[in-house]
Design a protein around this ligand. Sequence first.
Ligand code: NDP
Length: 326
Amino acid sequence: DTQDITVLIPVKLHPHAQERINGSFKVLTCERPDASLLTEEERAQVRALAVSTVASYPIDAAYIDAFPNLEIISSFGVGYNHVDAVHAGKKGVVVTNTPDVLTEEVADTALGLLLNTVRELPKAEAWLREGKWKSVGDYPLTRGTLRGRKVGIFGLGRIGQAIARRLEAFGLPISYYNRRPVEGVNYTYYPSLVELAAAVDTLVSIAPGGASTDKAVNAEVLAALGSDGVFVNIGRGSTVDEQALAKALEEGTIMAAGLDVFADEPNVPESLLKLENASLLPHVGSGTIHTRQAMADLVADNLLAWFGKGSAITPTPETEHLNPKG
Ligand code: NDP
């Protein structure tokens, strides 16, 4: 029986996840992950956290250490750079995320954003809505096209491979950069991001956030992409030097960019907002009712599996060693 187990929800969580956790556990809620909002007694009761990204409130080492009986942190989303999973792993706390259930949705969005960026579809729609089709005439032919492009993927993981499968159907050659080559794929591997950028004219980033990718897409990478270059980011905003990107777009170092993610969401730099050759989305990669529901279920199911069967469903690599095989 899990009804006596206390789960702390220290953030605004997806309502379906919240509801399912409420139905199976004793729930403590809190408006933000700040340990001082709870008594020592409350903190001692907590055996699990259910969290999602809250800008400026990471689930850091100090927060994890505030719960002496913590066993598991179930995080909403596949990206979990807001949780210090390495520290959790050392403390014996399992961290879970929500991989796979969002892969195809995010890949769909990536292709939409790429087409919007290259073919200026949002601007063409605005042209129609503003009455210019009637008053001025046809929307100008676009310089951008996917025809003849070569695509490089930064982060050929689950979602990167789903994007690559779609691009194959578009007839485009694909190469990629990861820290390690992926076995069993036919795409060309480059051992550095700058070498990948130099070999292609279209760079799609679906790499995770965190220290190892911080500002990896910098002025040098953008220059290597070249003046017909298109950059699409659907991974994390922190992987890009946004100032360098705005400069590259303004000066024509690259042709255009499509961005779903930003370094300091929901704040989008003015330098990007004012650019005509940037197509911007408010982090909607997985944002459908269908997919968010599946993610919410996995947040609850990880907790139920851990406390019911002693094994979580989707532990992160940093904490996999703590999770007995289910
Ligand atoms: P995976 O873990 O399956 O893939 C991540 C890939 O990135 C791996 O191929 C990995 O290869 C590579 N990678 C990781 N670190 C580095 C590094 N330092 N340098 C180079 N390559 C690196 O994750 P998913 O495909 O499931 O998700 C990827 C990311 O997409 C998430 O972490 C999240 O941040 C983002 N995302 C964004 C969404 C949105 O709404 N915009 C929605 C969902 C996810 P290797 O380990 O060999 O380096």
